[in-house]
Ligand binder design. Structure first.
Ligand code: CA
Length: 233
């Protein structure tokens, strides 16, 4: 797997050093900046997988960096973990409003920060695909086109209900990931639908039937949920 690139923007040398050491040890590629403006430039040019961002910085503060990254199409979805000092709670609220994904107050242990960072990265990966519009997903033997409401199995168009299509598309957009019934319910079926937990199973059963020879792509993960298999991996 490709090493994930993390940019740490922090002006306190001791903290920066500790973070750099610990993140590298965890297998991340670490970039650093001690100044807000430099950090922003680096975030734009390097496009890291995530940003660990101190709130109070020389040059430009973390809030402004956050705001600018979110306003820019290219960096809009960059996961941001904000680091704050004591007494900056009000700024935290503003920061989260500006789009920071999470925050961690100082002092923190490296372990804590890494756990938070992992969670932020995980959530970012679970977000819908950012490659193109992501509406059309193609696999060998299977095409799922949400915009055109079309599923083609081994060259044959198959009729799916809107719910089935949303479910299948959501699963296929995250190949290899186990999605729980809750996740499938809220993100694929929608929060407004009144459905029982087990309804997901009913839909999946129907989807499998329609997938025919491609049915094996939908795996049941016992006690958890479902996983879409992408054979290319
Ligand atoms: Ca600082």
């Amino acid at each position: 797997m490709k090493r994930q690139k993390i940019l740490v923007v922090e002006d306190e040398p001791d903290i920066l050093e500790v973070l750099e050491y610990n993140l590298s040890r965890e297998g991340y590629r670490v970039l650093t900046a001690r100044d807000g403006e430099v950090g922003l430039k680096q975030a734009r040019s390097e496009l890291p997988d995530a940003l660990v961002l101190d709130l109070m910085l020389p040059g430009m503060d973390g809030l402004e960096i956050c705001r600018r990254l979110r306003a820019d199409e290219v960096t809009r979805a960059l996961p941001i973990l904000m680091v704050t000092a004591k007494g900056e709670e009000a700024d935290v609220v503003v920061g989260l409003g500006l789009g920071a994904d999470d925050y961690i107050p100082k002092p923190f242990s490296p372990r804590e920060l890494i756990a938070r960072l992992r969670a932020v990265l995980r959530r970012a990966q679970a977000a819908p695909s950012r490659n193109g519009d992501g509406d059309r997903l193609e696999f060998s033997g299977l095409v799922i086109d949400r915009a055109r409401h079309e599923v083609v199995v081994r060259g044959e168009p198959v009729t799916f209900t809107p719910t089935e299509l949303r479910l299948l598309h959501f699963l296929a957009a995250h190949p290899g990931r186990v999605l729980t019934r809750d996740q499938l319910l809220s993100r694929a079926i929608g929060e407004h639908a009144v459905v029982l937990d087990r309804n997901v199973d009913v839909h999946v059963r129907s989807i499998r039937k329609k997938l025919g020879e491609e049915r094996e792509r939908l795996e049941t993960v016992r006690g958890v949920g479902y996983r879409f298999r992408d054979d290319r991996e």
